[in-house]
Design a protein around this ligand. Structure first.
Ligand SMILES: *[C@@H]1O[C@H](CO)[C@@H](O)[C@H](O)[C@H]1NC(C)=O
Ligand SMILES: *[C@@H]1O[C@H](CO)[C@@H](O)[C@H](O)[C@H]1NC(C)=O
Ligand SMILES: *[C@@H]1O[C@H](CO)[C@@H](O)[C@H](O)[C@H]1NC(C)=O
Length: 232
């Protein structure tokens, strides 16, 4: 898979040009993989707070992909060693050695890692109430430009992730006693988004997008995402 590795590296170096990461923000030594919620809260010096989060739904790109791309015809995959070296030693499809930020949030909230949407079984779609992760490496706010799609293969854009989420909510609704209790559950749940790095780092170069100035393109992305978030 020489090809996909090269692409991954070039994607990452490209993305890194756009974002300057401040290493001061990164925990030098991450807490152990199987840390309990209590121990994690103590680790963060938040020993006494209580968190009431019933579910975590995550949308986005390679920063949070938990392995959805394993199920897609794309070269943007990370389901081989050394990925997962610090994720209990197992490659899962996460494009990282360890946990994603979504996994860390889940542990802090005392929830299981939200599973990849494309991995959730029909039975679990109706039973699991703790959340799902729709993230897909190389996905963006915009539909993937055709030329990028041809290069990387098909991944889940934001529209597709939201369509999957709408199906999740349809499946779940019936499990609640009333529309009210379902609404209460949804309003307490966390919907987490990490999206836009591929729109900025890759898509801009393709097709019509490079006709925009950076400022116009950024505004266009914000407008598109705002529309997508207004789901009923
Ligand atoms: C937690 O609460 C207990 C008593 O309510 C207090 O003694 C302790 O200092 C608190 N710990 C933190 C980390 O705030
Ligand atoms: C949502 O569910 C419908 C009905 O089962 C199905 O036809 C459709 O393909 C699903 N959408 C997605 C994005 O999976
Ligand atoms: C983008 O610019 C190219 C030439 O620079 C032009 O051919 C094309 O029509 C433009 N596309 C849009 C959507 O404006």
């Amino acid at each position: 898979m020489e090809f996909s590795c090269t692409i991954c590296v070039s994607i990452f170096s490209f993305v890194f040009q756009f974002f300057s990461f401040d290493s001061g923000d990164v925990l030098a030594i991450p807490p152990p993989f199987s840390i309990s919620q209590d121990a994690f809260l103590q680790y963060l010096s938040l020993g006494n707070i209580t968190i009431d989060l019933p579910a975590l739904y995550a949308f986005g790109d390679s920063f949070i992909d938990p392995g959805n791309n394993n199920y897609l015809k794309t070269v943007a995959k990370s389901n081989y060693s050394p990925y997962g070296l610090d994720f209990d030693g197992k490659p899962t499809g996460r494009p990282t050695n360890g946990r994603t930020m979504v996994d860390f949030i889940a542990q802090i909230a005392g929830l299981p890692f939200p599973p990849p949407a494309l991995e959730v079984s029909e039975a679990n779609k109706k039973n699991s109430r703790t959340g799902v992760n729709y993230g897909s490496s190389s996905g963006g706010i915009l539909p993937t430009p055709r030329s990028v799609d041809q290069l990387f293969g098909h991944v889940l854009s934001m529209d597709e992730q939201i369509a999957l989420f709408e199906n999740t909510t349809k499946d779940l609704k019936d499990q609640f006693d009333s529309a009210e209790s379902f609404n209460q559950y949804m309003s307490k749940s966390l919907l987490f988004f990490h999206i836009g790095s591929n729109d900025l780092g890759i898509f801009w170069e393709f097709e019509r997008h490079s006709n925009y100035t950076v400022e116009k393109y950024s505004q266009f992305l914000i407008d598109e995402l705002s529309k997508q978030l207004q789901i009923s």
